[in-house]
Design a protein around this ligand. Sequence first.
Ligand code: PEP
Ligand code: MG
Length: 576
Amino acid sequence: MTTQPRFVRGQPASEGVVKGLAIVKSRAPDDFAVQEAPAQNAWTLEDFLRALTQTRDQLALFQKTIQERVTEQVTQIFAAHLAILDDPEFTGRIRRRIENGAAVREAITGVWSEYVSALSNTANPYMKEKVQDLTDLVNRLLSNLARSGSAGRVGDYRGRILITSSLFPSDILRLVAEKVEGVVLTAGGVTAHLSVLARSLELPMVLADAAILGTVVDGTPLLVDAHHGLIYIDPPPAVLANYKSLLETRGKPSPEERDVQPHTRTKDGRSIRLLAAIGLVSEAKLAADLKAEGIGLYRSEMPFLIRNGFPSEDEQYTVYRKIAEEMGQREIVFRTLDIGGDKILRYFPTQQESNPFLGLRGIRFTFRHQEIFDTQVRAMLRAGFDRPIKIMFPLVPSVDSFLFAKRLVKKLAADLAAAGAPHQAAPDIGAMIELPCAVGMAAELAEEADFLSIGTNDLVQYMLAIDRTNEQIADWYVPWHPAVLRAIRFVVEAAVSRGKPLSVCGDMASSEELTPVLVGMGITNFTIPPRSIPRMQKLIQTIDASAAKALAEKVLASRTVAEAAALIGVKWKAEY
Ligand code: PEP
Ligand code: MG
């Protein structure tokens, strides 16, 4: 174990502050326990059968635990594991090998490798996923054999922080069920769905590719500040003391957080609406608990990303309906599927793209695969049959695309009416302003749309030509760049002059430094993670709208990025 205090700066992927002992899985998950189970043992057929039952029980328990926190669809990941376990061909082969004298471990890994090579020889697009499921399962079986019946202790990662080079959504679900405290991902980048899933399940996660992490051994004390992307290895007492209160307030919202007021006003009384940005049903509950005035953005990707095939219309309906019911008559904006870029459907073969962020993304993906759009919009319209839901399109590039998508929605509503299905016949329809070309057309989009929402994560990425997922260039990802702020001002003016509601979403919307500037520019709707609502309400209550306007004017007039940074109080040293 190391004794020197050390420190790594990475990139936050899911907020939270945790401490715990390292558990290092530096190989791909495909190798986890298969390699780690003891080679020498005297396991019998009875041991194997016991481990089978134990594994089945654990998986059923996972499903149950997770079901309470996310949608039914998420539990499909463990259902796939159970299906392999219940496949008599798979377990029968292992059993026959054992009965013919093979050692239990060799029987299991032998059948596993037969399956893996058979799968590798097929052109099945789910091959990788199946191999992963199979390996996951075999690991679990071997662990259960190795731990001789102590089911309660298997997979209990309480007090542990996982350091790993590879992670998939099913790993996140499993790790949460196994009560891991946090995750440090050392390679491969963090895909949007990993980060959204980790955030939704409140699993702190940091992406850090520093060589020093390779020297951390199992059991090393760690403190992970996933708000700022910091990892302390062997944190000294002074560091622990600094984080004491944050470490204590993890988990469910505190009574103080719940004490949030239903409406938010600036110091001088201007009304500001705080809406929630969510990706999972469980977050709708949190949003309602924390008195969000509505859902300003439901990222609908999650049910598509975390399963083995497209969710059916009814499955989608179930998810959307739960959100609608959770929010009562409050506003809900459902965003249509935003696939592409780093959000890839593993079960849907698409062409390799050399620039995925400039590839088939957002609304363009659904135009190319219109049946996916149709199914989704029908489910959304049906889910809003008794309340005023809104529908919004991501990454709108032009008035043409917006009008085309709007016509599709109207036609789908007319079809539902003709079929006599209860549905929302006249949802408000909005456009996300995330592309520089959409900024240029903001006035016309404001005329055509019922509302606009600025997606600042993508707007910053595309205006500054900085990949939002590339840690190497993160220093240049500066939302306060005067060009970005001027683009936002242009959109505000377009929306205000046409009397159309406008909200700001993306990370910038909950930034401490930029909130006064956004308020000063006339933004009144902020779409933010539910967890940020109490903090943002407190912050806004300290802002004087006329002082904020003066500040915004100064920042907008900045000639340099550094000048803008200084005005809003950001420490920024990068050369630009
Ligand atoms: C954004 O781009 O700011 C946004 C809200 O959309 P997403 O982060 O889902 O791309
Ligand atoms: Mg976006």
